[in-house]
Design a protein around this ligand. Sequence first.
Ligand code: F3S
Length: 685
Amino acid sequence: MIKLAKTAGFCFGVDRAVNLVYELVNKGEKVCTLGPIIHNAQLVNDLKSKGVLIIDDVDECPEGYKVVVRTHGVEKSVIDKIQMSGKDYVNATCPFVTKIHTILKKQPENVPVLIAGDINHPEVLGIRSYCNAPSYVFKNEEELLEIIKNNNFDEKSDLVCVSQTTFSLNEWKKCEKIIKRVCTNCKIFDTICNATSDRQEEAEKISKVSDAMIVIGGRHSSNTCKLREVSAANCPAFLIETADELKNIDLSSYEVIGVTAGASTPSVIIKEVLKSMSEEIKEKEVETASAVTEEVVETADNANKASEPAVKASADSEASFAELLEDYIIENENSKVVKGIVSSITPNEVYVDVPGKKQTGVVTLEDLTTEPVSKCEDVVKVGDELQLVIMKTDDQCGVLKLSKRLFDAVKGWDDIVAAKEADEVLEGTVTNIVRGGVLVSAKGTRVFIPASLTGVPRNQELDVLKGTTVKFKIIEINPQRRRATGSIKVVAMAEKKAQQEETWAKLEEGMKITGTVKSLTSYGAFVDIGGVDGMIHISELSWSRIKHPSEVVNVGDVVEVTIKSLDRENRKISLGFKKIEDNPWEILKRDYPVGTVCEAKIVGLSAFGAFANVIPGIDGLIHISQISWDRIKTPADVLNVGDTVQVKIIDVDYDKKRVSLSMKELLEKPEEVIEDLADDAADAE
Ligand code: F3S
């Protein structure tokens, strides 16, 4: 007859670490582990075949690889070194080991630490590195007494005592008695992991009623060796790594055979061992053995499934999450909601103390929030009180798997329904681009926004919304399926309308306002002046004559305009752009009074004169009679378009906007020259 321990197989910490590595490998990451991830050659070989490297030092980590720190944890200096190297790393240290590090970090300096454990075990090496004072490791009563004697520890000594997570429970009880008797001032922390103690207690119980024990697990695995030790105290105990090794053991003389397995033993190996054993003892107890085997194989499966949550809230789509959530609520009603206080945080997990529960609460990043965050610290901090849903209680490992995300989703659904009824505007983050639209995370739940209601133009990718915060309204809900559909567009349109009303209310003719050029046409420029568009006619863009608005403004330009006229009924706004101070007639009046001599450029010729540009926007006329003292038939005889000539402003008619120019007045008069010559001759006589 075979008796399989219920606790056989992966513990919480190993399951977590193994899953972490497989998840990375499946994502296509290159991974190396600092030492074997667990003490199980078969699983380690499988990982090797998938390209996972085992290194002893971070210096050996090749470029582009992620370093995984295994369940035992490592010395503080190793973590420091990894961080200094800039390597990407994943800390798979079991939370129960991390808890010991945290306890020791908080202890005062100069308080020696007693550690129950194996002095050479990597977990103990790691634990020692977090001590603020000298540490002493003992593996049994004798070694403990020796330490106490050599260091003169007594009832006055300030001391701290912790244990390796996999330390023998029996040995711990004996050592604890000594410490309590001799060193009464010692703060004792029982840090043996529940998974270990439960496993050892069960191994002890089974071995007491069995004729022999088979312990399955790695020979280097500390907890497997402890199981063998505990079992061997009551009956012959055989440690095997695989089913193959059974052939070296003669089981024929044993009536009842107990089976247990270490925390790092995969279920597949336990199954193989049970299968081989059942075949071997079939002839004697065919019925019983096969019945037990069926049962125990199932139990072995369950052991490794222990860490799977009842509801896996890793919704890749709104539909799957909503359905799972619905099932969960129906099955669990309200009985599973608890309060938890955050006690520590890692990038991927939050640990919480749940009042009234002896188990450690764990919330993974996936179960923390629907928001697209990369680490737990972005969502909670130590000391926060959280409302959580219990997903799974794992008494074997002393772990409560909790979900904040699920609680938020349940509570958030009520808020979503209320928001729909109140026509409330909600805010959320676009987390996923899905077929036909986007998913927005809000109120702890996800809302689907169809592409046509996102406000993103058809020719643009929805990706532009990913990670952005958007405002939306719920436009439809399906209470049965707990699905909500929203619209960003409806909010954007309402906001635009409100802004337009506000703008119209404050607009007045003559007021100056800043706007942005939205588009150009051949007859003018359209300017957004706060949700409403006005038009600058081409003639209003410049004092000079222009052929196209683009000679003055471009789309996107921020311009200051004047409201020339408002047609509130037809919602039309005429804008002015030219500035009075730039009016060339004003410039002329100020800087070019009659009599001014200046340069001008010939811009046109006619039979009666030449047109010359005096300043930008003003052309004056040089009448043919004002070109020269000589008689000329036509201005083209002496002038060409493009010539620059000296002119004198001889008259300005501001009403008719006419400027008269003369070139002749700047030239000497021929009669005067003649008179001068005559005068000179007369003087000489
Ligand atoms: Fe962690 Fe306990 Fe397993 S310490 S690795 S859960 S045996």
